[in-house]
Design a protein around this ligand. Structure first.
Ligand code: HEC
Ligand code: HEC
Ligand code: HEC
Ligand code: HEC
Length: 342
């Protein structure tokens, strides 16, 4: 765990928890507030001053199946009776010393439990009761890809036998893990819904997020994130010209950001205007020659237009920019005929 100069234990509880949560509260989506980037977070802030973390709606009751979806240690701990009833005194640092691995974990964690529960508990508690963690914080096979095991941080009285597979089914409604200012609620939720909806292919969630963003657009008329998200949804729906109009607005607000020109190029491509598509894809590369997608899109567009000379020129540029890219090399095979790019 990377150390930080600020000692989190000395911060107020929300800022203290934020230090660990910036990495250990995964969530479904993280939405920066207007004018912020995720990397703006500093370890004396509350996360929500910089961004909101959206999680799938979970039940606070560890025994209900919904709560068994894999969620981060931070979420699980917050759901535990220990955390809920100890008024901000229980935090990651109660059990984890960032500078030290316990030599005898069983004994170490037991002493952490008993620091609150007191040894008097042991007289009434069923036996054996040496290894608190083995019963109350069992290890689960991980299902979020990042871990191989996952310790159940809900600290349940009787942990459910098996965690159940997390749904590959529809994502449940998103909720902000921490309350955010009313003025940002619709904006941030809409952005999160479009992002998670697109990832999980939930048309309904994308649609809902889109409606929300369109409704709050008058309050954020020059917000690149809001406009870009609206444009992406229009693009996904095949409405190339409408999308191009929206991305054009983003370009006026942020004329130096290469990806805006890529979006505009893709919108024109969707609108079957290859000339404009080429113009904007080239502008994207002018601003950032290390974006990969514009090379491929350009090659495809030239190929469709039957301009094999420009396909070759584009592929040469692509290979020069990405000498190690397998895709740049294998795509070279396509130079002989236009159809290989499809
Ligand atoms: C900059 C990102 C970052 C921050 C901040 C951070 N961690 Fe971690 N931590 C990681 C990563 C990455 C791992 C390794 C992967 C994993 O197990 O999740 C890790 C692992 C851990 C582990 C498992 C260690 C092990 O050896 O198995 C613990 C416990 C932990 N972190 C606690 C904390 C606590 C407590 C805080 C706040 C004081 C914190 N972390 C802050 C990134 C971070
Ligand atoms: C910061 C203090 C604190 C620490 C540390 C702590 N707990 Fe708790 N725990 C509480 C409080 C407060 C409650 C609620 C009142 C009660 O049941 O005593 C609670 C409740 C519980 C419950 C009952 C849960 C329920 O839903 O009824 C269990 C089981 C439990 N703790 C186990 C543990 C174990 C095991 C550890 C160590 C891994 C631990 N606790 C560490 C404060 C703590
Ligand atoms: C009540 C004690 C307790 C608290 C509080 C606690 N943990 Fe843990 N944590 C554990 C135990 C026990 C393990 C398993 C360690 C082992 O087996 O060596 C663990 C393991 C981990 C791991 C390794 C991966 C895994 O899940 O097994 C990470 C990462 C982690 N904790 C992060 C956190 C973070 C972040 C917080 C605060 C949100 C936190 N923990 C709060 C007891 C706690
Ligand atoms: C062999 C498994 C096991 C071990 C080990 C174990 N517990 Fe428990 N614990 C239980 C069970 C089962 C219950 C629930 C009893 C019930 O519901 O009546 C329980 C209940 C509790 C409660 C709630 C008690 C109450 O009266 O509300 C706390 C707190 C608790 N355990 C803490 C601990 C601590 C701390 C340790 C380590 C010192 C520990 N447990 C070790 C199985 C275990």
């Amino acid at each position: 765990m990377p150390g930080s100069i600020v000692n989190p234990a000395r911060l107020p509880p929300r800022a203290r928890d934020s230090v660990c949560e910036q990495c250990h509260l995964s969530g479904e989506a993280r939405i920066p507030n207007p004018g912020k980037q995720l990397s703006d977070f500093r370890p004396d802030q509350n996360l929500e001053e910089v961004y909101s973390v959206y999680v799938s709606g979970v039940s606070p009751d560890p025994l209900r199946p919904k709560a068994l979806k894999v969620i981060s240690q931070a979420q699980q701990l917050a759901l535990s009776t220990c955390a809920r009833q100890s008024h901000g005194n229980l935090w990651c640092g109660t059990c984890h010393d960032p500078h030290e691995q316990p030599a005898d974990p069983q004994q170490y964690f037991r002493s952490r439990c008993l620091s609150c529960h007191g040894t008097a508990l042991l007289t009434s508690h069923p036996r054996p009761n040496a290894d608190c963690v083995a019963c109350h914080m069992p290890r689960r096979p991980a299902t979020d890809g990042a871990h191989t095991v996952f310790t159940d941080h809900r600290i349940a009285r009787r942990p459910p036998a098996e965690p159940g597979t997390p749904g590959n089914d529809r994502p449940s409604a998103l909720v902000a893990w921490y309350a955010l200012p009313a003025a940002l609620q619709q904006r941030n939720l809409g952005l999160a819904e479009v992002e998670v909806g697109e990832r999980s292919k939930s048309f309904q969630m994308v649609f809902q997020g889109h409606q929300r963003l369109v409704a709050c657009l008058p309050e954020f008329p020059n917000d690149p994130a809001v406009l870009t998200s609206i444009g992406q949804v229009l693009l996904g729906a095949g409405r190339g010209i409408d999308a191009a109009t929206v991305f054009e607005r983003v370009i006026r607000i942020e004329p130096d950001v290469a990806s805006n020109y890529l979006h505009e190029g893709l919108a024109w491509k969707t609108a079957h205007n290859n000339q404009k598509a080429i113009e904007y894809l080239e502008k994207a590369l002018e601003r950032d020659p290390l974006l990969e997608q514009p090379y491929r899109e350009l090659a495809k567009t030239y190929s469709e237009a039957g301009n094999n000379a420009m396909v070759r020129v584009t592929m040469d540029r692509y290979r020069r920019a990405f000498p190690k890219s397998l895709e740049a090399k294998t795509a070279a095979v396509g130079e002989t005929g236009p159809s290989s790019f499809h």
